[in-house]
Write a protein that binds this ligand. Structure first.
Ligand SMILES: *Cc1c(COP(=O)(O)O)cnc(C)c1O
Length: 396
């Protein structure tokens, strides 16, 4: 590097991040992701993965991945439209569409790419996107990449949504698409899809729902937040990287012309490699498991209710809700970090979230339940939370 001023500049930026206490450090997991993980030779209880159904280390998925590699090879070395589409890719797209109740689906390398590629081909400068203020970063980026006019409504604020929709219409929008996360992942709150659907129908808008934190376990058979709310979304996006096995991969599901046009025009689809056979084969097996996994879903929500009740009776401040994301509110960022460190010392792995990921003063430990945690695990975690909470002064 010839310009040392540039690297000095980067080092200064990093020093600033460190000085503000915002440096993120990655823990090295030795072995598989799961309800328990090994870190530095220590067995830790894991309360921070998106592994809702506990499938990330499921031997049936590993076996399906191996079988797909044996029959279909390791990599595709091509984007889908040149020579990268296997029978497996179309099977998974058809399967996802059937599972979600849409006409078709299209795979992406990740949901980040699905959201990044969704808006630009479908909407032009004559159109409008009305987006929840707490939507995932990938929706925000995807909206930025489109030429549609942008309107933002306060998180889950249905009166504001209606105002923004009316403004978009008054300002001449041809098509209006409302975009929302199905679940807001920092709070574990569900989007008010019943009311969003009602407003959309009243004013002739489209509804796009990113259901990454719901597909596989919310709603009947895990079909997601629209099914949970008893309504339909026009377009759904989701990930294979959370409840559906936890590997990677994303998709958009919706009406045939939507999927067909995205296959022609979505840039992350056109200019990025096809998903590898192992991931696609395992995702098909994951859907087999998920469709019949009422027992896992029951265990997941039982765990969530048990964990929530335990934390509440210990005196922790929680946000209300029904989702297996259960944030423990601490307020102060250094307090949240000290709390996370004390839990780590007690064999419990959690993640502290603070500004700018959540509002200032809203620092928290976000805990996430999964179906593989046992009552013993949760009792042990609760003891650790109580001890650590008293030690750092979060509990009396
Ligand atoms: C995790 C997540 C994504 C990104 O999914 P990937 O497949 O990991 O890229 C997008 N949107 C939401 C709401 C998410 O929670």
């Amino acid at each position: 590097m010839t310009d040392s001023r540039f690297l000095t500049h980067l080092k200064d930026t990093l020093a600033g991040i460190e000085a503000e206490g915002l440096m993120k450090r990655e823990r090295l997991i030795e072995g598989a992701q799961g309800a328990h993980v090994t870190i530095g030779g220590r067995r830790m209880l894991n309360l921070c993965a998106n592994n809702y159904l506990g499938l990330a280390d499921d031997p049936r998925l590993a076996a399906a991945a191996k079988a797909a590699m044996d029959s279909h090879g390791y990599g595709m070395a091509s984007v889908r439209f040149i020579c990268g589409t296997q029978d497996l890719h179309r099977q998974l797209e058809t399967r996802l569409a059937a599972f979600l109740g849409t006409e078709d689906a299209i795979l992406f390398a990740a949901c980040f790419d699905a959201n990044g590629g969704l808006f630009e081909p479908l909407l032009g400068p004559e159109d409008a996107i009305v987006s929840d203020s707490l939507n995932h970063a990938s929706i925000i980026d995807g909206v930025r990449l489109s030429k549609a006019k942008r309107y933002r409504y306060a998180n889950n604020d249905m009166a504001d949504l209606e105002v923004q929709v009316l403004t978009a219409i008054k300002e001449g929008a041809r098509f209006v698409m409302i975009a929302t996360d199905g679940v807001f992942s920092m709070d574990g709150y569900l989007a008010n899809l019943k009311e969003i659907r009602r407003i959309a129908d009243e004013y002739g808008c489209l509804v796009m729902v990113d259901d990454c934190h719901a597909t596989g376990f919310m709603g009947p058979q895990g079909r997601g937040t629209p099914a949970h709310a008893g309504v339909k979304a026009d377009i759904l996006t989701g990930t294979l990287g959370k409840a559906l096995g936890g590997a990677l991969g994303g998709y958009i599901a919706g009406p045939q012309p939507v999927v067909d046009l995205l296959r022609q025009r979505a840039r992350p689809y056109l200019f990025s490699n096809a998903l590898p056979p192992a991931v696609v084969g395992a995702a098909l097996a994951a859907l087999d498991i998920v469709e019949g996994a009422d027992n896992l879903r029951r265990q997941l929500f039982h765990n969530a209710a048990y964990w929530r009740a335990g934390l509440e009776s210990a005196g922790f401040r929680l946000l209300p809700g029904e989702h297996p994301i259960i944030p423990v509110m601490l307020g102060d960022a250094p307090l949240a970090q000290r709390f996370a460190a004390e839990l780590d010392a007690r064999g419990v792995m959690v993640s502290a979230f603070f500004f700018p990921v959540v509002p200032r003063g809203g620092a928290r430990i976000r805990t996430q339940m999964n179906a593989r945690l046992t009552m013993d695990d949760l009792d042990q975690a609760l003891t650790a939370f109580e001890d650590a909470g008293r030690k750092v002064g979060a509990l009396k």
